[in-house]
Write a protein that binds this ligand. Structure first.
Ligand code: MG
Length: 267
């Protein structure tokens, strides 16, 4: 037993030495020369727009939206009226922050309670609904991609309280012939809870038709749905996602150790 332990310890020690020697001796490099990531000054809180954000609603005006004048702005919040609103600026890949509150006075049930929606590229609906103790079909509750997937959780705050949506959207890419090249993806965090994890979109949101990919421009507007309910919105901002930039200067490689210098032998 003693002998066996000794042999095991010896083998482990040799293995550790070999690993340590390898780690010190060689460093793996990707062979890509990366540009420095841009400096972005965060907001005072994580809900406040960072320095490079495009603010779409700061509580004062919906000038950045087509038909923004139709909605009611009251006490720094925007309330849907008459029609959807559509952002004048178009976007591709984005990080989007939206805060919304279901009406404090509860009316209706199912899809008829606190319904609105955030349409990415004007096509793909991230559902806004009062899902606090309000049963409906699961792929139609708050945080769903409407009729494509339920959210991973129900993380609703009570009616009248504010919810945050933080969305990461990768727009779909289409081939020259209109076929889908890379489907779009949506990640959503509501109130700090993961709701959608890089969900692969099946196509634009529909009500009667099955979703299927339909080619469109590389960018599109955001739109906020009017569904007849006085949902409140505030603090809407967006950041355009730009991929990291680098260029390959060579294949991946290991940095080799410096060769040991031979001590000169005495004459
Ligand atoms: Mg909706």
């Amino acid at each position: 037993m003693f002998k066996s332990n000794c042999i095991q310890t010896f083998i482990c020690a040799i293995a550790l030495l070999a690993t340590a020697d390898f780690a010190v001796a060689q460093e793996w490099k990707s062979g890509v020369e990366w540009q420095e990531p841009p400096l972005v000054t965060p907001g005072a809180t994580n809900d406040a727009p960072p320095s490079d954000a495009i603010v779409l609603f700061d509580g004062t005006t919906l000038d950045g939206w087509i038909d923004g004048d139709k909605w009611l702005i009251e006490d720094g919040v925007a309330i849907p009226r008459e029609s959807q609103i559509v952002s004048k600026q178009h976007f591709g890949d984005i990080q989007l922050h939206v805060e919304w509150s279901a009406p404090a006075e509860v009316h209706g049930e199912g899809q008829g309670r606190g319904n609105s929606g955030i349409y990415l590229m004007g096509l793909y609906e991230v559902q806004v609904l009062d899902s606090f103790e309000n049963a409906t079909y699961f792929d139609g509750q708050a945080g769903s991609i409407y009729k494509q997937t339920p959210p991973l959780a129900n993380a609703m705050r009570k009616p009248g309280e504010w919810n945050t949506y933080d969305i990461v959207f990768t727009a779909p890419r289409f081939k020259g012939n209109g076929d889908i090249d890379q489907p779009g993806h949506v990640t959503l965090i509501q109130n700090g809870v993961l709701m959608l994890n890089h969900f692969e979109l099946m196509g634009p949101t529909g009500y009667t038709a099955a979703p299927h990919h339909q080619p469109h421009a590389e960018t599109g507007p955001l739109s906020l749905q009017f569904h007849g309910d006085p949902v409140k919105f505030r603090n809407i901002w967006v950041r355009e996602i730009k991929p990291s930039v680098g260029h390959r200067t060579g294949p991946p490689f290991n940095i080799q150790p410096e060769p040991k210098k031979e001590e000169p032998k005495p004459e």
